[in-house]
Design a protein around this ligand. Structure first.
Ligand code: XMP
Length: 318
């Protein structure tokens, strides 16, 4: 019968058999469960010949890059953090269309990743955290031209870099990946993380992206996520986050009139992300989040809660 320990043992043997004794392997780390579990598995099989590359695209959550990089280092992984935020912001400048933004982010990711990967001598393999649902679900959710995980799977990259592909998780479902991660000692902080889209906050800032808007959204989103955790609600929702709307509205602060931005909070329950219900979070909790965001994040004077289910709405706003 399938157990995570048996899977780890046989996967390690298979990886050691497949990957030549001096071959170096490159893996893009995202902070997500799948790439992190793939990294730990490969690390167990080939140690420092696994080279993880973790790109800061400037569209991650507040403190995410530093926290996750530290967690990876704590696990003994050989990982390079690349601060590429300015490059992503430059590629995104002036773009408002969601698909144009996705493409710019995907293209920039490949450029940055490729450049970093070239620095690894003897690189023969590109490892990917592809899991079984990714294998069968190559169709789009948003439109015919978009693959949901196009960014994670760095399409076109292996051919370009002349690397062979190794995908040690491609037969596993998400719950199995989590069990394997737990067996490999992945900390709960990464193991139980909500899904987060590859284009990150880039598709949660409606309209064009600037570093100032990213900062505003990171702070509002940070308040929301931290309070979800404090109230024990984080693990009860499938995904949660804040969206920065391209709208300003009138408010008052003291005797001053304000004209500032609106943030929409989104939290959903779901099994697989294909359908979702808006999470019925307690009113008192929502009130606390709203007050804290408006009091602490200068530039936001209104918070709304998204009560749309999927379908017909999607989880992300773009
Ligand atoms: P939607 O918004 O289509 O999202 O209901 C379903 C799930 O997919 C995630 N998502 C993405 N993930 N690149 C990704 O890697 C993307 O372009 C993308 N768009 C949506 C979304 O966060 C949710 O978990």
């Amino acid at each position: 019968s399938w157990t995570p320990d048996h899977f780890v043992d046989s996967a390690v043997l298979a990886l050691q058999h497949t990957i030549g004794p001096t071959d170096q392997v490159i893996l893009g780390l995202s902070g997500g469960v799948d790439s992190s579990v793939a990294a730990l598995l490969l690390h167990r099989a080939i140690g420092p010949r696994l080279h993880g590359i973790f790109v800061d695209n400037g569209l991650l959550r507040q403190d995410e890059f530093a926290t996750v990089l530290k967690a990876y280092e704590g696990l003994g992984l050989n990982v390079t953090g690349v601060n590429a935020a300015p490059e992503f912001y430059a590629a995104l400048a002036g773009l408002s269309d969601p698909e144009a933004k996705r493409k710019a982010i995907g293209r920039t990711f490949i450029e940055v990743f490729d450049r970093e990967a070239q620095k690894v001598t003897g690189a023969a393999w590109l490892a990917q955290g592809t899991i079984y649902p990714d294998v069968i679900e190559s169709v789009s959710v948003k439109g015919p031209a978009v693959t949901i995980k196009s960014h994670h799977n760095v399409g076109g990259l292996p051919e370009k870099m002349h690397l062979k592909v190794v995908e040690p998780l491609r037969m596993l479902f998400k719950d199995e990946v989590r069990e394997v991660g737990a067996a490999l000692g992945l900390p709960g902080e990464i193991l139980n993380r909500h899904p987060f889209p590859g284009p990150g906050l880039g598709i949660r800032i409606l309209g064009d992206i600037t570093p100032e808007k990213v900062d505003l959204l990171q702070r509002a989103d940070g308040v929301f996520i931290n309070l979800l955790k404090e109230h024990g609600l984080y693990s009860q929702v499938w995904q949660a986050g804040a969206m920065l709307l391209p709208v300003q509205s009138v408010g008052v602060m003291g005797d001053e009139r304000t004209y500032e931005r609106v943030v929409a909070l989104r939290a959903v329950t779901s099994i697989d992300g294909m359908t979702a219900d808006w999470a019925h979070l307690p009113y008192e909790f929502l009130a606390e989040v709203s007050n804290k965001i408006i009091n602490q994040v200068r530039g936001i004077n209104r918070v709304v809660y998204d009560i749309s289910s999927k379908p017909p709405a999607t989880i992300e706003w773009e």
